[in-house]
Design a protein around this ligand. Structure first.
Ligand code: ATP
Length: 346
């Protein structure tokens, strides 16, 4: 186990600044997720940590040791990419053994190491098969076994589940989490999928334009977003944002409920919701509309659990409420989080 640190890390490709001055420090054995939209620099950051790219500026430290000028193989890291790139003509066992040969590990140690990695991932019964005889999830486990057979101090995973279908992805995510808890290797995991990030990460670093926008536990990121970008990138549907007096007023769709369903609780902000379309989704209903008294332009969505009675007819204006402590405020121009202003918002 080792901590991963980056100091003032920057990477330019011509005019593009892919990574723009990143300072990052993982905990020992931590599962850190890098989350952000396509092109925000996640993969480049991971490749810089791995040594597959060299930085334009800044340093990478692994286990407190500067490794910026060292090649990947000297960094005691293992990487698993989106495409596992298993050798199709080699058996699972030989695929797992491949890094041992490359690292010059004596042959009499191979068997024991292969079985150790395979048993941790529950694939011992597959060792004689070829990759084409495996399911997507099994191939992913072989790729992980191959990555860990050298007993790395750090795992770097780049969207390793994106080739799997939705159901298998949920299972694989669960397995990956259990596996990491068992071995406790520091892991940096790249994804653009927020469900994956929330489910796997001890902490999440949200990136945009090559910069970390916020780093914190999934709960901190969701409940206390540092700026309007994080507020709207994390959460589905995203946080509602309405313009009011030079500020953006934010609240999550699940906090926006019909007044009749709020049971007369105190500490509520009342808002008249002009209901447009209602979408029935089984466990929830999404109700789309506007709150013209605050911001006539902004689209607003309420996420109502099926336990809330159907009291929102399309085309009508219905009294809705948001708990005051669920309101979040951001600067309209910079998007930076602000303290709540005095007085009601409508
Ligand atoms: P995705 O989720 O789509 O994989 P990402 O967040 O991983 O995106 P990167 O692949 O790190 O993003 O790319 C960040 C930026 O750097 C993008 O604008 C990309 O076009 C650019 N970039 C990445 N690699 C190179 C390269 N080798 N040459 C030139 N530009 C590059």
């Amino acid at each position: 186990m080792a901590v991963v640190e980056t100091r003032g890390l920057r990477k330019r490709f011509g005019d593009t600044v892919a990574v723009d001055g990143i300072d990052l420090l993982t905990g020992e054995g931590e599962y850190l997720v890098l989350l952000g939209p396509s092109g925000c620099g996640k993969t480049t950051l991971l490749r810089l940590i791995a040594g597959l790219e060299s930085p334009s500026e800044g340093d990478v430290l692994i286990g407190g040791r500067a490794v910026t000028s060292l090649p990947p193989r000297a960094r005691r890291i293992a990487m698993v990419f989106q495409s596992y790139a298993l050798y199709p003509h080699k058996s699972v066992s030989r695929n797992i053994a491949f890094p041992l040969a490359a690292a010059g590990v004596p042959k009499d140690e191979w068997r024991q190491r292969i079985h150790w990695a395979a048993s941790l991932l529950g694939i011992e019964h597959l060792l004689d098969r070829k990759p084409r005889e495996l399911s997507g999830g099994e191939r992913q486990r072989v790729a992980l076994a191959r990555a860990m057979v050298r007993e790395p101090e750090v795992f770097l995973l780049d969207e390793p589940l994106s080739n799997l279908d939705a159901k298998l992805r949920a299972t694989a995510r669960d397995e990956l989490k259990q596996f990491q808890q068992r071995i406790g290797t520091t892991t940096v995991y790249v994804t653009h999928d927020q469900t994956e990030a929330m489910g796997l990460g001890e902490r999440i670093a949200v990136l945009e334009h090559g910069r970390i926008q916020q780093i914190g536990s999934p709960r901190e990121i969701y409940e206390d977003p540092a700026n309007a970008f994080v507020a709207t990138f994390v959460g589905a549907p995203p946080m509602n944002l309405l313009q009011r007096n030079g500020m953006l007023v934010g609240f999550r769709p699940e906090h926006f409920l019909p007044e009749s369903a709020a049971g007369g609780r105190a500490g509520l902000q009342r808002l008249s919701f002009k209901v447009g379309r209602v979408e029935y989704l089984g466990s929830d209903r999404y109700v789309y509309g506007r709150v013209p008294e605050v911001d006539p332009e902004a689209k607003v969505v309420a996420k109502l659990p099926s336990t809330v009675p159907d009291v929102v007819p399309s085309g009508e204006t219905v009294p809705f409420v948001v708990p005051l402590d669920a309101l979040r405020f951001f600067d309209r121009d910079t998007g930076v989080r602000k303290p709540p202003p005095p007085g009601p918002i409508a």
